[in-house]
Ligand binder design. Structure first.
Ligand code: GTR
Length: 423
């Protein structure tokens, strides 16, 4: 009897959490919506100058995203240590050099080390660079014995032969299809990457492992409703990596792009808006909670993402489950915080879950802020055709053939755009 009851209860929980969710993929059923205004606020009225944008409205919007969605970083002092563990190791037949830097974040509560891998062309620097974050460990980006295999938790994956949350030799290079490193090097760019699981393992453990406990106040057990979730911690890792890159003479610190895919595209956006040292911010298929407009509720929605991944955003964000119109922000405002720096958003036509049109529209809607700066950006509301990248001044967008992934085609556009904006 008890067993039957438990099973029924479990079934009920599963159905109410996931089963009833039917994503909308019908454009005619996208609700009518009104986006919050970028250049107007209740407190400050109309924003007419760069000065007012930077002093008033930009901080106001940034604070809303921190408070209501990605979470604030607790105000706890920390120190950083950089230890170069490998350097000048020739890889890719001598075309490139490998470096690994152990970055350690320490607070009164303890320390967390994570490894920053840097691959530079074996030519005279400094080199422009893509600062990225990956899903399975730095060693999965390229099949090379020199790259250290992560000891941190990794997601199980049958295709990669990972069943006990541990990375092994067989996983070297398993994700190399997403990282066109040879072309990146051939075109004169460096690639830097960190593994997200070293910063915060991607499962809901009530924030007992990873970076969060380092930032707890005395006696604190979980982040407060306005404090950071996992995306906030991963983004922090990208900025701490930038703290190292600016000291590295082989990197041109004025030409660093921050890039990520999917949940890590949400992360690269959040890192890029908070850390203005990133000259270019790239979102690859970031979807809901990333580049896509929440109010369209097309594909993945706020309610669904907060149910499936309760640890990604802060607890305040759950107020908007099935209630997107109540959001004081929408994702075009996040993208607009990149201005006047460069922004590139990429979608894939079959990745309807991430709402390609919502990702495009949010890119387009950043235009008023670029205009305020006197910068050109995409200003045509018509979504570009599939495989027809559009790059106008400081913003770029493409929707490519295929599904949720990072392809050589995506990288080619990122480099074409970076060539333009870095000049
Ligand atoms: C999905 C999630 C998306 C996206 C993706 C990923 O399951 O619903 O928001 O982040 O995971 O990161 O691969």
């Amino acid at each position: 009897m008890m067993k039957y009851f438990t099973l029924t209860l479990l079934l009920f929980i599963c159905i109410s959490a996931f089963g009833q969710f039917q994503p909308n993929y019908d454009e005619s059923r996208v609700p009518d919506y009104e986006l919050p205004e970028l250049l107007k606020s209740e407190e400050y009225g109309k924003i007419k100058s760069v000065k007012d944008w930077e002093a008033k409205r930009r901080p106001e919007i940034l604070a809303l995203f921190a408070d209501q969605m990605y979470g604030k970083i607790p105000d706890v002092p920390y120190s950083l240590d950089f230890e170069v563990q490998k350097e000048d190791i020739p890889i890719l037949s001598g075309k490139a050099l490998l470096k690994e830097v152990l970055i350690t974040v320490s607070t009164v509560n303890g320390s967390l080390p994570f490894s920053l891998m840097i691959i530079t062309p074996n030519t005279q620097g400094p080199h422009p660079c893509f600062m990225t974050i990956n899903f399975y460990g730095n060693h999965t980006l390229l099949d090379d014995q020199n790259i250290t295999i992560t000891k941190a938790w990794v997601n199980n994956n049958k295709d990669f032969g990972i069943s006990d949350n541990k990375a092994t030799e067989v996983t070297r290079g398993v994700r190399s299809y997403r990282w066109d490193i040879e072309s990146i090097i051939n075109r004169g760019y460096a690639l830097a990457s960190i593994y997200y699981g070293e910063i915060d393992p991607d499962y809901d453990d009530g924030f007992q492992n990873g970076l969060h406990p380092l930032f707890y106040a005395d006696g604190q057990k979980n982040p407060q409703p306005e404090e950071w979730g996992s995306i906030g911690a991963w983004a922090f890792g990208m900025s701490r990596s930038m703290d190292y890159l600016v000291t590295d003479p082989s990197i041109d610190a004025k030409k660093v792009a921050v890039m990520g895919h999917s949940r890590l595209g949400k992360t690269s956006l959040w890192a890029g808006v908070n850390d203005q040292r990133f000259a270019l911010v790239i979102s690859n298929d970031s979807g809901c909670g990333g580049a896509a407009l929440s109010r369209r509720a097309y594909g993945e929605t706020v309610g669904r993402i907060n149910t499936a991944f309760p640890h990604w955003f802060n607890d305040n964000f759950t107020q908007y489950n099935e209630n997107e119109p109540a959001l004081p922000i929408d994702q075009h405002m996040l993208l607009a915080l990149v201005a006047p720096r460069a922004l590139y958003v990429a979608s894939a036509v079959d990745d309807r879950w991430a709402d390609p049109k919502g990702e495009f529209l949010s890119t387009y809607h950043t235009n008023p802020v670029y205009k305020l700066y006197g910068e050109k950006s995409i200003n045509d509301p018509q979504m570009p055709a599939v495989d027809q990248p559009k790059m106008v001044g400081k913003t770029g967008y493409h929707v490519r053939t295929g599904g949720h992934n990072v392809t050589d085609y995506d990288w080619e556009q990122y480099m074409n755009f970076a060539d333009k904006v870095f000049k």
